[in-house]
Design a protein around this ligand. Sequence first.
Ligand code: AMP
Length: 423
Amino acid sequence: MSVERPRGTNDYGPEEMARRRAVEAILREAAHRFGFREVSTPTIEHLDLFTTKSGPGIVEELYSFKDKGGRDLALRPEFTASIVRFYLAELRNLPKPIKVYSVGNVFRYEEPQKGRYREFTQFNAEVIGAPALQGDAEVVALAIECLRSVGVRDVHVRIGHIGMLRAFLKLPPEDQGKVVHWLDKRNFPALKAELARLGLASLETPLRQYIELKGGTEVLDKGAKLLSGVGTEGFEYLKALAARLKLYGVEHLTYDLGVVRGLDYYTGMVFEVDSPNLGAEKQVMGGGAYSLAEVFGGDPVPQTGFAFGLDRIVLAAEAEGVKLPVPRLDCYVVPIGEPMQTKALEILQTLRRAGVSADIDLLGRGPSKNLDYANAIRARLAVLVGDAELKKGRVAVKDLDSGKQEELALEALIARAVQRPKA
Ligand code: AMP
């Protein structure tokens, strides 16, 4: 039997899990503030949900298998396809626009490294059925608000338009998917070979110049020149989007025509956020506008979404020294001597019932070992239950951060314990 965990997967200990949950709670809270509601879809889906339109980028990375009934299934590599399936089956009966988010694990057979795993958690949000400009602005604004709420500040928000590139390539979907995929991966030998196969070798130079364009509105003009014959509609759209985002207080956007989301279903605005502190795997979020409903046989409907990698946003927060609101144990109850056990358990119960998180020695250790343990688990207060204080109707309470000790009646202890300091 192998006792090692599978490559590219993670175990998370209590401290790390507390930080992950803290970030997740902040993201959920931000989504709720923006009027998004949570939905959940299965971890396994029919394989063809992902092979239909996700393109070569995702298909090569799927964990797929046959179940005992011989059905082809896959572990979800992302949320969007599942959300669209759910939309077509049920959600479309809800009043529009539909604003939903999901949090859960996704699976991709990738080459693991720091920040890149085979099982990881995504926080995904989507707007379905709002006009493009309004829906896109709401989604980009939420993504930026998520980062602001977590406290991650050193980020680059890059925004582009994949529709312009697709219009320029004017290729059948499968060929277009391959060119876009190699551009996204910056795999230039493969791009060159693909363009040569299509008899479009002359496009290599303009395409490579195009994806290097990054900056203010001037890059949109340069981009329009490189994609001659395509017009400027997508770029004008990006300017209108930036103007609308200003009304949300979003100012610092970089136009980046190199944002080429590899998945075939992106058709309009695309955006990514990097945390430069993360090294090679610095992208904390990616998203954009897409058309997937019609691929699955539904009516066309505007859709925009994004996904954060939870692992990367936690790493970005840690790299910036962000203090996350991680819950701590309020009280660790220490009986001073064996005869105090019964009273200490009573006090423990009272605290727990009052909504205070409280713990007690389970190993029969002496007071000083108990205090070491309380410090090691980062408890806030040690509650020392001794005979002398009890006779006065009190307990000794030691603040484990400041080291200060005072005597308090139980009600006063509860009042003190529920006043939790902000992270
Ligand atoms: P994508 O669905 O590829 O746009 O990914 C959305 C976000 O998920 C990225 O911006 C990353 O933060 C995160 N992500 C993607 N792939 C991985 C991975 N293999 N391991 C950890 N996080 C990932």
